[in-house]
Design a protein around this ligand. Structure first.
Ligand SMILES: Cc1cc2nc3c(=O)[nH]c(=O)nc-3n(C[C@H](O)[C@H](O)[C@H](O)COP(=O)(O)OP(=O)(O)OC[C@H]3O[C@@H](n4cnc5c(N)ncnc54)[C@H](O)[C@@H]3O)c2cc1C
Length: 509
């Protein structure tokens, strides 16, 4: 039975929301995935009189497409969309039946305006929490525009295809058979990638702001809300609204919320900021800042935004190990997200670089999927909590190398090994393996501020107790600052402090 009782009960409720008849067209063979897929498809049809099933000649077997009666939408699932993709299946059924997707009208208009054939394919794993957003975004595009099709491909059901295309990180999106992009993307990011996002001219006539926030994570969102609640003109520029929380599924220490998921928290942040009429400029990257009469913030697209005060909350990103091979083999065996990409290394040998909490958690996770995990730690001892170390030591398929320095990640088309030096003997060694997960912490996103404000040796912006930097009128908050700890609630607190500090500065000046 593919659907357990609980999922079936959920589906039954959702299927009552179908607005019109839909047709599931399938192509199935004699294999196990085909028979499981057929069980799912037939079960769906048995649960709603609005769903019919039809045999068809689809490019992949096993696969099924979700269509309106008499009109193919181009939404196809190759494999079985359960696990993290269950929501993608439900939304596809509802949206094809006519339920409006939850996206802004401006985004709908942009999608409808796309001309030319766009055939998207997304390789996923069913345990990847970054994949559904991409699948759902592309399905929406496919439902709204007849020039667009989208196929979700479960890597586990299409192992040979995944190996042939050398897909080693998911989600991996192809457009018209060419690789487009990897990793989590929102619908706006996809539109920007295919050249339909806003350009500099959209920012030309913006009035100066009282407070301009740079960065749309927890710190920036909190700063924007606190500033806007003072009734002053507030704008927020973010490369990717939501920030790091988008990369985690489980948050259990956001006080007053017992448990939530990162993408859910990111969506609530955006919703809350929108409540206050803040001018949100998402998918825009700040390039440099200068203080003249007003602050002038230059964006990567060339636009200049002016403001009386600025709050920098650009957070942090994964730290690279910085050895030969890391950049060359990114997404070809070098990975940063064990939850997402772990399943693609099933039965293989992988390394985890980093023996802190995130490294050891990754190693424990991966040991359940892959054949063998080698952990490389630079220091003589692991830094992870004892409970994690004990768990790691209990696993039979893990080797821990301490006091070693990674020298190179080797490979041809993809990773085939790692070279390291034993620091006490200076002896160089090589291990043959197929994947390397880098887990050595984060670096602040402050390079673009070079020469404007004082930063410490880690690159973190130095702030005082009002959140003010060494440049009057320029405030900073969150993980990009020299705060002692990096957590959501701490970033939000410092965002509020910086906004109140900026308000104080505006009154005095
Ligand atoms: C995997 C993972 C799990 C975590 N789990 C937890 C947890 O359970 N609990 C907890 O409290 N904390 C957790 N954290 C830490 C927490 O996510 C961070 O402390 C918090 O997100 C920091 O918020 P921030 O707003 O300072 O920065 P970020 O969240 O990093 O946001 C930075 C923002 O700035 C934008 N930006 C960056 N550069 C530019 C630029 N040049 N121009 C414009 N915009 C830019 C980014 O796109 C983003 O919008 C986790 C972090 C990770 C990576």
């Amino acid at each position: 039975m593919v659907l357990d009782t609980e999922i079936k009960a959920q589906l039954e409720q959702y299927l009552q929301l179908l607005e019109s008849d839909i047709v599931l067209k399938f192509s199935a063979g004699d294999d196990k995935v085909s028979s499981d897929m057929m069980e799912l498809v037939n079960e769906l049809a048995s649960m709603s009189s609005k769903i019919t099933v039809e045999k068809a000649d689809l490019p992949r077997t096993p696969s099924f497409s979700v269509n309106r009666v008499g009109e193919d939408t181009g939404v196809t699932f190759a494999g079985i969309p359960l696990g993290h993709e269950f929501t993608s299946l439900v939304l596809a059924l509802l949206q094809v039946s006519g339920r409006a997707p939850k996206v802004d009208q401006s985004v709908i208009d942009q999608i409808k305006g796309i001309t030319g054939e766009h055939h998207f394919e997304t390789y996923v794993s069913l345990s990847c929490h970054n994949c559904p957003d991409v699948v759902q975004a592309l399905n929406i595009m496919s439902v709204l525009n007849p020039n667009i099709t989208h196929t979700m491909i479960d890597g586990a059901a299409y192992k040979e295809e995944v190996e042939r295309k050398n897909v080693m990180a998911v989600p991996a999106v192809y457009l018209n058979a060419e690789f487009l992009s990897g990793g989590r993307m929102t619908i706006e990011e996809i539109l920007a990638k295919i050249g339909t996002g806003p350009d500099a001219s959209e920012f030309e006539n913006k009035e100066p702001y009282d407070v301009l926030v740079v960065g749309g994570g927890p710190a920036g969102s909190s700063a924007a809300i606190y500033a806007a609640r003072k009734g002053i003109r507030t704008g927020i520029v973010a490369e990717r609204f939501g920030g790091q929380v988008l990369d985690t599924m489980s948050i259990e220490n956001f006080i007053s919320v017992k448990s939530t998921e990162g993408p859910k928290l990111a969506a609530s942040l955006e919703e809350h900021v929108k409540e206050y009429g803040v001018d949100i400029m998402n998918l825009q990257r700040a390039k440099s800042i200068e203080k003249k009469d007003l602050f002038e913030l230059e964006l990567e697209n060339g636009a200049i935004l002016k403001s009386k005060s600025v709050i920098v909350s650009t957070g942090a990103r994964w730290r690279n190990v910085g050895v030969p091979g890391e950049q060359e083999f990114k997404n070809k065996g070098v990975a940063y997200c064990p939850h997402c990409d772990g399943p693609l290394f099933e039965g293989k040998h992988v390394a985890v670089i980093g023996g802190g909490n995130s490294g050891i958690e990754a190693a424990i996770d991966l040991a359940g999927i892959v054949k063998h995990v080698t952990v490389l730690e630079f220091n003589p001892e692991l830094k992870a909590d004892e409970v994690l170390q004990n768990r790691l030591n209990s696993l039979p398929n893990v080797t821990v190398l301490k006091n070693v320095q990674t020298k190179e990640i080797t490979g041809t088309d993809s990773v085939n090994g790692i070279t390291y030096v034993e620091r006490d003997t200076n002896e160089e060694k090589h291990v043959e393996l197929q994947g390397v997960f880098v887990q050595i912490g984060l670096v602040p996103n402050t390079d673009w501020l070079e020469g404007t404000v004082e930063r410490n040796r880690m690159g973190e912006i130095i702030v005082n107790k009002h959140g003010e930097t060494t440049l009057p009128g320029l405030f900073a908050a969150g993980d990009c600052t020299d705060s002692a700890y990096n957590q959501i609630i701490i970033s939000m607190g410092s965002g509020a402090t910086a906004a109140l500090g900026a308000f104080d500065y505006l009154i005095r000046n």
